[in-house]
Design a binder for this molecule. Structure first.
Ligand code: DP6
Length: 396
């Protein structure tokens, strides 16, 4: 950060959400957040889903403070502390190496962060949140280079949000975790026809969180152990190949099988964990029947630790598939827009296709669809009017 004076130094950044197509589930080290298997994800476009964070650094601040979506949060949370400590450590190292810019090292920070999507949507926000926090702190303290190992210590999946496009988190083998980092497999421009639809399911209960869920799975599931040791290593290679070749059927099949095996490991956990709802199951049937009708894999689903489906398909199939979803999950007629995000053109559904899917419609099972695509990694926001903190370093 530049010259010391009484005005806080402000920097704002944004970071994306990612969705794993080879899932991370289980840690070998809880403190460093080291996984039992590698994973691979697609970074979603920030035009639809992102976290924005402003960091202010000032010698006048008495303590580090944090506001999330308008509410002050406890900054002593160990994972937040890990991220702050690691960035400050790198900044100190940089100064000791003779770089001038780290004036604010002894100063406290104010952090303010918001999501552009409703928390009620049940979309995992911790990945984008920690990625954005780490990226913004690094900008504020002039730290450069790969920061995925620090984001990982905020939330495992956050390390993958440090890059755009298709991203691999290598599990690594070192005890200190230095080789457990994210790497871009292909940039977002690699597969322009690929489209992603987030089907936000109506959910009554909040499911058990990933952190404690995966802890119980590691302790009790033999299927998870088998998955980590014998299934994922090969799948990582196959998935990387499918992405490089833009082979949609191969990508889609691996994506669905891996999501299914993750949820099977949850069922194999004792006591079992259920993340899929009746709506999720209906989406699974719908996708398989849709693909069967066409005799090819045109659409794939993936589910994380909740009932929302993330659908992957090619641009050309989006209009019809959205119509199918709308037909079998009739939305609330006077509600808000059913389709948000990238515009979707109209399509006519054939009677043949409706019959081939042949499911009992579930009214209002899906609240809305967010239509998006693969997107870039974290960015600095250069427009100062976008700062979430005022010139005094407090929320606007
Ligand atoms: C099902 O990264 O949220 O979304 O490391 O404990 O913060 P912690 O867990 P988290 O787990 C994500 C689990 C998942 C699969 C994935 O994103 O790979």
């Amino acid at each position: 950060m530049p010259e010391d004076n009484d005005n806080p130094y402000l920097v704002s950044c944004s970071a994306p959400v990612n969705i794993a197509v080879i899932k991370y589930w289980g840690k070998r080290d809880e403190d460093l957040i080291l996984p039992i298997n590698s994973s691979l994800s697609v970074t979603l476009h920030q035009d639809q889903l992102k976290t924005t964070t402003t960091v202010a650094v000032s010698r006048l601040f008495k303590e580090d403070r944090l506001w999330l979506n308008g509410k002050e949060e406890d900054i002593t949370h160990p994972r937040l502390q890990s991220c702050l400590r690691e960035i400050r450590r790198l900044a100190r190292k940089r100064r000791n190496d003779g770089n001038p810019d780290s004036a604010g090292l002894s100063h406290k920070v104010h952090i303010c962060s918001v999501n552009n999507f409703p928390t009620a949507a049940g979309l995992a926000s911790s990945a984008a949140g920690f990625a954005c926090l780490v990226y913004s702190l690094a900008q504020a303290f002039g730290v450069e280079g790969d920061l995925s190992g620090i984001a990982r210590q905020g939330s495992g999946s956050a390390c993958r949000s440090m890059y755009g496009g298709f991203v691999e988190w290598k599990m690594g083998s070192r005890e200190d975790g230095k080789d457990s980092v994210a790497q871009q497999v292909e940039p977002e421009s690699h597969w322009p026809e690929l489209r992603i639809l987030v089907l936000v399911a109506s959910a009554k209960r909040k499911p058990i969180g990933s952190t404690s869920g995966m802890q119980t799975s590691v302790q009790t599931s033999l299927l998870l152990k088998h998955r980590a040791e014998s299934v994922v290593p090969r799948r990582m290679d196959e998935m990387t190949e499918a992405i490089r070749r833009k082979d949609f059927p191969a990508f889609a099949e691996l994506t669905m099988k891996d999501s299914n095996q993750f949820h099977a490991s949850c069922l194999d956990t004792y006591p079992p964990i259920f993340y899929l709802s009746s709506v999720s199951q209906q989406v699974i049937h719908l996708v398989h029947r849709y693909n069967r009708h066409y005799g090819e894999t045109r659409v794939a689903y993936s589910f994380d630790a909740g009932p929302n489906a993330v659908i992957f398909t090619s641009q050309q199939h989006v209009p019809e598939f959205v119509q199918v979803v709308q037909h079998f999950f009739p939305p609330d007629a006077n509600g808000e827009d059913f389709i948000k995000g990238l515009p979707v053109t109209d399509a006519v559904l054939s009677e043949e296709l409706k019959q081939a899917v042949g499911l009992e419609p579930m009214p209002k099972g899906i609240n809305y669809i967010i239509s998006t695509k693969a997107g870039p990694g974290p960015r600095v926001i250069s427009d100062p009017s976008q700062h979430l903190l005022s010139s005094d370093g407090f929320p606007k």
